[in-house]
Unconditional design. Structure first.
Lengths: 210, 89
């Protein structure tokens, strides 16, 4: 309970520091927003090299113990809270670190039978295969945006998952999230049937038709 | 008077690629394939297009057919200015 409150206050603090609560509220309350589910066939990807090769950045697997002991350090406290929460929920986490080893980006994947994934997959009307994962909650600190790092992080995660034997990666983005839309176009995801979703905090409704 | 394509080339070269020279790609070269514009750059580009050409870009119109090259973008803007149909995803 304490951790949840602490997380909520951090989220609020960050939103206020960025000048507006609107984006935060917008994530929790909306009506008939269009979600675009996507899938990437990991078996068809061929990587000539690590997407981050030659850069000062590195994609690392996030681990609870490493975070708790300070071996893995986040740029933003709220992402640290999120990471510990996600790891406790059984998600697979990947972080993007700079030359100082500070994590300024992260991306998460869930097995299809994970409750976190189940909720979203149900909302999207999707069912994942046993050898597929569901990607969620990707973040890149604002100071690092504009250098194609989001795509490179995503590609690094795809490479890692491919090497681990996973065959597909599902995700979704909001049609009105233009940067996310463009990123998914760059990733050449296959778009699936769009869904119209309404949300009031914890309550999500998928509308019929689009 | 500059063509739409020339306006776009200049804007992208100066404000997104920060190139001192002209736009270094062909008008048909894919933005997505060549990584010419990333997700932050596309937001800046859309803002510029909306302000410069006084048009409104709808979310569903942000598609490769409309946005993936100088040529396609110029065609899209021309269609919008002439109130013609555009590709919508």
């Amino acid at each position: 309970m304490f951790e949840t409150l602490r997380f909520a206050f951090s989220l609020l603090g960050e939103a206020l520091a960025e000048g507006s609560l609107f984006p935060l509220i917008r994530q929790q309350v909306f009506y008939q927003r269009v979600a675009i589910p996507v899938v990437i066939d990991l078996t068809r990807l061929s990587f000539s090299q690590d997407p981050l090769a030659g850069s000062e950045y590195q994609c690392v697997r996030l681990q609870q113990q490493a975070i708790l002991t300070g071996q893995q350090v986040f740029d933003r406290p709220v992402r640290r809270f999120d990471a510990l929460r996600h790891l406790k929920q059984g998600l697979l986490g990947f972080g993007l670190s700079n030359s100082s080893g500070i994590l300024f980006g992260d991306m998460w994947c869930a097995l299809p039978n994970n409750p976190v994934a189940c909720q979203d997959l149900s909302m999207l009307g999707l069912s994942c295969e046993a050898d597929a994962l569901y990607a969620l909650d990707m973040f890149l600190a604002p100071a690092y945006r504009g250098h194609n790092l989001a795509v490179r992080l995503h590609r690094s995660v795809e490479l890692a998952l491919q090497q681990e034997g996973w065959r597909k990666l599902y995700a979704y983005y909001w049609e009105d999230n233009r940067p996310s839309r463009w990123m998914h176009l760059m990733l050449k995801c296959t778009e699936l049937e769009k869904k119209r979703i309404s949300r009031f905090f914890g309550i999500k409704i998928t509308h019929q038709g689009i | 008077m500059q063509t739409i394509a020339a306006v776009l080339r200049n804007y992208i070269a100066q404000n997104i690629l920060f190139s001192p020279d002209e736009f270094p790609y062909g008008d048909d070269d894919s933005f997505l394939e060549n990584g010419i514009i990333d997700s932050t750059g596309v937001m800046e580009l859309i803002a510029f297009i909306e302000e410069h050409f006084s048009i409104s870009v709808e979310d569903a119109e942000i598609t490769p057919q409309n946005f993936d090259s100088i040529s396609r973008l110029a065609e899209y803007i021309t269609a919008k200015l002439n109130h013609l149909p555009t590709w919508a995803g």
